[in-house]
Design a protein around this ligand. Structure first.
Ligand SMILES: CC(C)(COP(=O)(O)OP(=O)(O)OC[C@H]1O[C@@H](n2cnc3c(N)ncnc32)[C@H](O)[C@@H]1OP(=O)(O)O)[C@@H](O)C(=O)NCCC(=O)NCCS
Length: 152
């Protein structure tokens, strides 16, 4: 965890130099749950069996690392040919607003290539984020919500 006492500029410079991105590096359900929790994203972090399935069946995972610390994640499902659903984008609060989210999206775009569109559902708190990082709002999106009673 970054010390809070760092001045912003030094904090930012340190982070930008240190972050390493990895594609499909294996992480545990506990690590995924921890970075989700530290980001503030709403995901079923107390259900580790569900988290494990999310890792097992998602087929594109970009992770951001500060040394051995997992500080950001983009988890997606894609055919690398036509479409990609970006299910989870999350950055540890201590590391937010340093370009990590944008870098994770760029890594996803690079991995899926030019033939696949990138789709997502924005959390209310991120509605003004996605236009800043290249996404267009669509009027033709439709959803069938989860039939189960779980909230997320
Ligand atoms: C949304 C999130 C992934 C952004 O990651 P990040 O690493 O902080 O974002 P970046 O540093 O790449 O930000 C890029 C730009 O967007 C801005 N930005 C960051 N978070 C924002 C937000 N929630 N709303 C609006 N703008 C935002 C940054 O200030 C920056 O703008 P600038 O280039 O003018 O300085 C991160 O804040 C997060 O994990 N939030 C909690 C979970 C969440 O809501 N995830 C999205 C679920 S759909």
């Amino acid at each position: 965890m970054m010390p809070n006492s760092f001045p912003t500029t030094r904090h930012t410079r340190h982070i930008m130099q240190a972050i390493v991105y990895a594609q499909n590096r294996r992480i545990t359900p506990e690590q995924l749950a921890a970075v989700f929790t530290r980001s503030g994203i709403n995901r079923p972090v107390d259900d580790l069996a569900r988290m494990e399935k999310m890792l097992q069946h998602g087929n594109l995972l970009i992770t951001a690392w500060d040394g051995a610390n997992l500080v950001g994640v983009a988890r997606a499902l894609t055919d690398f040919s036509f479409c990609c659903y970006l299910s989870d984008l999350a950055v540890d609060r201590e590391y937010q607003k340093n370009g990590i989210g944008q870098a994770l999206i760029e890594q996803v775009r690079s991995a899926i290539g030019n033939d696949a569109m990138l789709l997502l559902l924005a959390a209310p708190s991120a509605m003004s984020y996605y236009p800043k990082v290249g996404f267009e709002a669509v009027a033709n999106g439709w959803i069938i919500p989860r039939p189960s009673a779980v909230a997320v």
